[in-house]
Design a protein around this ligand. Sequence first.
Ligand code: NAD
Ligand code: DAU
Length: 357
Amino acid sequence: MTSFRQAIIITGGAGFIGSHTVRLFVNKYPEIRIINLDKLTYAGNLENLRDIEGKENYLFVKGDITDEGLIFSLFEKYPVTGVIHLAAESHVDRSITNPLEFIQTNIIGTVTLMNAAREAWKEQPEGKRFYQISTDEVYGSLGAEGYFTESTPYNPQSPYSASKAGADHFVRAYGNTYGLPHVITNCSNNYGPFQFPEKLIPLTINNILHKKPIPVYGKGENIRDWLYVEDHARAIDLVFFQGRNGRTYNIGGNNEWKNIDLVKKLCDITDRLLDRPAGSSRGLITFVRDRAGHDLRYAIDSSRIRDELGWQPETSFDDGLTKTVQWYLDNTEWLEHITTGAYAKYYEQQYGTTNDE
Ligand code: NAD
Ligand code: DAU
């Protein structure tokens, strides 16, 4: 068995963005052990990583980021030089129903990880890095004008964004108080393959596929800035290795859409790909009760990461959406496993009861 001199823990690697990040790192850095630490909540699905699960530098560990014993033991067992922290409760609507779960995972979990990193790295913090993956939602909601920059004051409006903001504050506090080497990015809305169909884009595609009503909150006038998930994963790679210590970078697609226009666009793409009569799926659009405290508009100024690190999105929205719809149409089994919960059995079949070497 190969011994790896360096290990990176990616938390939440079985989720949507995490699985794209794990795939990129496992393929690009065969000399580094990539440890995917994931609790496998309803949002975690190892089927997202089938193509890389046999790679020698990939290790999956089933575990909770709030489990202090487990986290400390990982730092003792492996030469961990970095943590890329994506594990989170991520859905705003669920945070409105159950805020405590969000505090537990998003704040307590983040602090637990940092406590272990701080202890393990205290003698030699050079070359180490804790990377907090945050969201643009911590900045609050914009009116018709303006953009979030890295110096926009935090003003979270939902229990989800408050929990992410709390975690970000702890990361900066650990940097200031204990010298924990860290970096934070705040990204806009991601879309692409493997996204759980509770989020707007995959939910809409799934409902079009099954000719079910498409729920649009309020009047559909809220605006989001959409970024293809692989462009986010590339930004994560750049920031992790090249971002400046203690710095924050905003990441966005410069691609604002009103929800109603986006949903109509999805209807039209899906009709075309399914050979349905043009315009037929638009009839499924149904306006429903608005989300409580619904943020009106997010828009990101990502000039810092563009200027300092040379990052920019590579996937146009037309290409990205078409690829995404086609992926869901080609992967109806994945969708069915997600919607029936059958994907949870995959872990047992694949890994039995052992989750570590
Ligand atoms: P997701 O919900 O698809 O995945 C979250 C993953 O975290 C799942 O695999 C889940 O099993 C795991 N997890 C949850 N609680 C855990 C715990 N206590 N211990 C270990 N693992 C746990 O989320 P996503 O959409 O991929 O988002 C990933 C990260 O990126 C989150 O931190 C989110 O706040 C942030 N983010 C997301 C977006 C977006 O548009 N989706 C945009 C900006 C930032
Ligand atoms: O901005 C980044 C954030 O984007 C991430 O931090 C979150 O983890 C991620 O979930 C996402 O949050 P949103 O609330 O913007 O995403 P969601 O897909 O839930 O909703 C997008 C928009 O669509 C929002 O205005 C609410 C609306 N919506 C959503 C759903 C699920 C609907 O109109 N109907 C729906 O059924």
